[in-house]
Structure formats: C-alpha cells, structure tokens
Design a protein around this ligand. Structure first.
Ligand code: SAM
Length: 354
C-alpha cells in the first residue's frame, strides 16, 4: 500500500510538478528499494529528455578557505584553529582558469569561504579578466552572502551564475546549524536578490545534517518547488573532526539519490550536480548521482598545493590529483555509464512551459 501511494505521488509530481508539504514528507518517510528503483528510472528518463546523454562540466576553483562565519558543520569555519588558511592571488586564480580552458572547461566556479579580502570590486576585476580573455565561458560564483548592490556589481562584471545553498528551509533548523550571528532571513533574501538581478541561481542543502527531519526535508523540497532555482546542489553531510558535529553520523547516500530523483522530476530542466561529497562517501557516488537524475559534475581545478586545505569535511576525495587527472578520471567514469561530458558552457535550458 505504501508503495502504491508513493508511486501515485511520484506520478502526480511528474504531471503537476508540485506536491503538498505533507506529501513530500510522506515520500521521504516511505523510501524503500522498490520506490527508489521506480523513481530513479523515471528521473533518468526525464533527464535524458531534457539534456540527452550530456553531463556538464564545471571547473571548481577553491579561492580561499578564510571565513568569517562559524557554521557548526564546516571544516573551514572561523573558529577552527587547526585549519591552515590560504587565499589564492588573482594571478593564481587566472592560472587555474587558463589551465581549465586548455583542458576543455567552459564554466569556472569560484568558490570560497567568506573572506573579507574578497571585496566585490576585487571579485569583479577577476571575473572581468576571465570573461574578456575567454568569450565562450560562463563564470559561476559561490562566495556566500553579500548585499544586493554587491551582487549587482558582480553580475554587471559578467558573472553568469551564483550558487548559494540555503542549507535548510526551516528557520529553527537553520539556527541549530549556525551561530546567532548568522541569519536565516538574510540568506533567503540573498537568494531572492540574486534571482531578481538575473543570475542563474543555485540553492541546495546537505542531506542528513544534524537535526534534519522528514519535515525539514519536505520544507526544502517545497521551497525549491516555489523558488524555482536554475540549479540545486545537494550532497550528504559528512562530519569534520574539528567541528562541534564531529561525532554525528554522515548523511545517507540512498536518501541523497532519492532526493536528486525527486528534484529531477519536479524541475525537469534544473542543473543538478553529482557532488564531491557523494563521491567521498561512495566510490561510485558520482555515477550513482548521474543515474538518479543529476547532470553536472564539478571536478577540482584548484592548485595542488592548496587542495587539502579546503577541507570542508573528513576524507574529501580528489585532494591529491592534478587537474588534468581529475577531468580524465571523471570523463571515463561518465563514459562507463553511457553518458558523455560535454565541453560547453552548459547553461540552464529554459522550457517554454515554465
Ligand atoms: N561560503 C560559501 C557559502 O557559504 O555559500 C561557499 C562555500 S561553503 C564551504 C560550500 C558548501 O559546503 C556549503 O553550502 C555546505 O552546504 C557545504 N558543506 C560545508 N560543510 C560540509 C560538511 N561537513 N559536509 C557536507 N557539506 C558541507
């Protein structure tokens, strides 16, 4: 009976691209092998209808691990004194982009902690240089919270996309993951501002973060349905040994894959990455992510000397590999499951019906 009800809900989600909060919660609470099989096949068919066998590549440049924030889950949080801090110079960032371009990347993602040195004008100058040099690339920023005017400057400088995970759509839950100095409302307002400005916007959350429940996950799904982002990144929570959550359990791979499949069905053309945290917990995590409906991979392009220092959680994979090795490895893995990495910008495809 549960299986029938879950399947009926999934079919309705496919038709209407919407469910109630209670219905999302029901799906989350009643996950089993049979439902998982059904939903992941459906999600993959819908993915293929929208993006074919293409998986988009993004070159991730981790520009700084200096951070003013103190998120309880994160290895580069401000109060972690054991974190060996670094900040790439403009020159180093541009070198990463040069190497990435040679390797075939047409999207660069600049991600980092909320490093006060990265003032909007400084970020803008780097974005402009990359965009002037390479006419056929997209630049994505993932640098946390700023004010709307600052985001506008970054957009005007040529940044195309912005990733800012909402982390959880439940205010009480948010406050259990972050210190008082951080505001749920501000983060949500940042997402709205980014969307108003015209960025392709990505939100997202960790699966299995401490204090998460089927109710908060249902709220995440409802938020994504209503906000309508172009991208959504989800990956399992993995503890980091220097944080308050060091003894907490990692998130579940299967729940992450299930949620990826729900997102694919809810928003057929959304860009959904198979994340590094997924491949950290499971050697075949990236492949499983694609097979559950993801269509983006983000190999690491950061300089080798700083890779290990961008340690958000324990055991992060690919921290010892050259950029050229990473792209080769991921390309082969994707080929092995019948997909291919597309060396294009890989923008969000608008559907006429949306
Ligand atoms: N500072 C920017 C921000 O807050 O959006 C970007 C960098 S932040 C480190 C990138 C993402 O890493 C966060 O949004 C969070 O979801 C994820 N993350 C941090 N710690 C994690 C952990 N222990 N396990 C899994 N993901 C984690």
């Amino acid at each position: 009976l549960e299986i029938d009800k879950s399947i009926a809900l999934i079919e309705r989600l496919e038709k209407e691209r919407s469910l109630s909060l209670k219905e999302y919660q029901y799906l989350v609470e009643n996950l089993n092998e049979e439902v998982f099989d059904y939903i992941s096949k459906k999600a993959r068919i819908i993915g293929d209808e929208n993006y074919g066998k293409d998986v988009y590549l993004r070159g991730l440049i981790e520009i700084s691990n200096i951070c003013k924030n103190d998120c309880y889950y994160c290895g580069i949080r401000h109060s972690n004194r054991n974190c060996d801090r670094y900040r790439l110079t403009e020159e180093e960032i541009l070198e990463c982009a040069d190497e990435g371009y040679r390797l075939g990347y047409r999207t660069f993602v600049m991600q980092g902690g909320e490093d006060g040195k990265f003032e909007p004008d400084y970020i803008c100058s780097i974005v402009k240089k990359i965009k002037e040099k390479y006419k056929d690339v997209a630049v994505t920023l993932s640098l946390g919270e700023y004010e709307k005017e600052d985001y506008q400057k970054m957009f005007d400088a040529g940044a195309d996309r912005y990733l800012l995970r909402h982390e959880t759509a439940d205010k009480e839950h948010y406050e259990k993951l972050h210190p008082k100095s951080m505001s749920f409302e501000h983060r949500m307002n940042c997402l709205k501002a980014l969307k108003d400005i015209g960025f392709q916007v990505g939100c997202g959350f960790m699966v299995g973060s401490p204090y998460q429940s089927s109710f908060t996950l249902a709220k995440d799904l409802k938020f994504i349905e209503e906000f309508g982002p172009q991208m959504c990144g989800i990956g399992p929570f993995i503890p980091h040994h220097d944080t308050a959550f060091k003894d907490e359990k990692s998130g579940s791979i299967q729940m992450t894959l299930f949620l990826i499949a729900i997102l694919r069905i809810m928003r057929p053309n959304m860009l959904i990455p198979a994340t590094t945290s997924l491949s950290t917990l499971d050697n075949l995590g990236r492949e499983k992510g694609i097979l559950a409906g993801a269509n983006v991979v983000m190999p690491n392009l950061s300089p080798l000397k700083t890779r290990k220092k961008y340690e958000l959680y324990d055991g992060k994979v690919c921290t010892g590999d050259e950029a050229a090795h990473c792209i080769g490895c991921i390309t082969n893995r994707i080929k092995n499951i019948g997909y291919g990495v597309a060396k294009v910008r890989g923008d969000y495809k608008c559907l006429n019906t949306m």
